[in-house]
Design a binder for this molecule. Structure first.
Ligand SMILES: *Cc1c(COP(=O)(O)O)cnc(C)c1O
Length: 393
């Protein structure tokens, strides 16, 4: 069956599926580091790429392949690459496209470590960088230099929930021959398909919505074409940041319910955001589904749903935010996001604490900002939890 022709929910279940000789209903775990050759000639042919097959699990493995093919079909890409973590995916992108004297252009409020590793490590090797507000595409145009090698955008961004117009950003970058990579972690393939909007590579932390059960760490890259895929795959194999077969099995299992989980979580998110927006102790709230959200129209255009991530400020600043987190009982105080359980965290003191204060504030990550990742609990319970916690603030 050509699973590429199926609709999204059918692809979640069937794309990439590996049928073994026993007719197993799900893709088995091939927990083997190496694969034997029939004879010397086959070994030679596999290495030369003349025959398709498996050599060594860092290079490729049937269980990992199944996940890679599934993810690629979900976003209409040429092929996927699964990696040990989202940061492994980020570093594979950086190592592929950046070079000494080359320039990276990226979203200021990008995932903390995606920026941190540039400033602390790549800078040592002579990589130049600008972190700008890519949600204003005219700033991208102005910041491009003759040595710009990569436009790396995260949309919606973490944790400021700002949206970058992928189509426009890609047009601007492509005019100058610059590849575009989109960190699509916050939306998942269900809500946003960056390659369809003109990007060259889509990146995911599988740890979040795609696996969705807070029980593994993983990453993925989905390339638009064969050339990009080969370049990225080669970097991954050299870096040795491959996914493990068991990890791949877990993600294959988790991703099957992606749309069911997100449907529930974003329906609840809308109700929670509407509740918080009216609450007297809330200073501001950013959720793309609210009509008051400044980029609501753009969200409607490029995403097929508003997701399950929001950020808001509690009146009373840092202390009030901290107070809220100490008083929620149902939401778990933890970093990460996109799981079946609702999570709450305070970026200024947690995920983005390593950023210099001025850079953090410039990126819109203010002291009072609280990030809330909505899970699939009953929304009445989540609202009651916020209500009692806000009463204590
Ligand atoms: C979590 C996250 C990452 C990094 O992924 P890991 O799996 O933790 O390495 C990258 N980008 C975004 C937007 C994330 O939320």
């Amino acid at each position: 069956m050509d699973t590429k022709k199926l609709k999204f929910n059918s692809k979640l279940i069937h794309s990439g599926d590996f049928k073994d000789e026993f007719g197993s209903a799900v893709t088995p775990i091939y927990q083997s580091s190496t694969f034997s050759f029939r004879d010397a000639q086959q070994g030679a042919d596999l290495f030369a790429g003349k025959e398709k097959g498996y050599i060594y699990t860092r290079i490729g493995n049937p269980t990992i392949d199944a996940l890679e093919n599934k993810l690629a079909e979900l976003e209409n890409g040429y092929r996927g690459i699964a990696l040990s973590s989202g940061m492994a995916a980020v570093n594979t992108v950086y190592m592929t496209f950046l070079e000494k004297g080359g320039h990276l252009l990226s979203t200021a409020a990008v995932y903390g470590p995606s920026r941190g590793v540039i400033e602390s490590h790549y800078a040592k090797f002579g990589v130049e960088f600008s972190f700008i507000d890519t949600s204003d595409t005219s700033q991208i145009e102005k910041a491009i230099r003759s040595n710009t090698k990569l436009l790396f955008i995260e949309t919606p961004s973490n944790p400021t929930i700002q949206i970058t117009d992928i189509r426009k950003a890609s047009e601007i970058a492509h005019k100058c021959g610059i590849p575009v990579v989109v960190d699509n972690t916050f939306s998942s393939p269900y809500l946003q398909k960056p390659l369809d909007l003109g990007a060259d590579v889509s990146l995911h932390s599988l740890t979040k919505f795609i696996n969705g059960h807070a029980d593994i760490v993983g990453g993925a890259l989905i390339a638009k074409d064969e050339n990009l895929y080969n370049r990225l795959r080669k970097t991954m194999v050299y870096l040795g940041c491959n996914m493990d077969p068991h990890q791949a099995y877990m993600v294959i299992r988790g991703v099957k319910t992606l749309s069911l989980r997100i449907d529930r979580a974003q329906e609840s998110s809308m109700k929670i955001a509407t509740y918080l927006e009216k609450h007297p102790k809330i200073a501001w709230i950013r959720y793309p589904g609210l009509a008051s959200y400044p980029q609501h129209e753009l969200a409607l255009q490029q995403m097929s749903g508003f997701g399950a991530m929001m950020s808001f400020g509690v009146k009373g600043g840092f202390e009030a935010g901290k107070n809220l987190m100490d008083n929620v009982k149902l939401a778990t105080l933890a970093v990460s996001l996109g799981g079946v359980e609702t999570l709450i965290q305070h970026p200024a003191s947690m995920t983005h604490a390593s950023l210099p204060v001025e850079a953090r504030l410039l990126s819109g990550i203010t002291d009072e900002l609280v990030r809330y990742s909505v899970g699939i609990e009953d929304v009445e319970d989540l609202i009651a939890d916020l209500e009692q916690a806000l009463d204590c603030v």
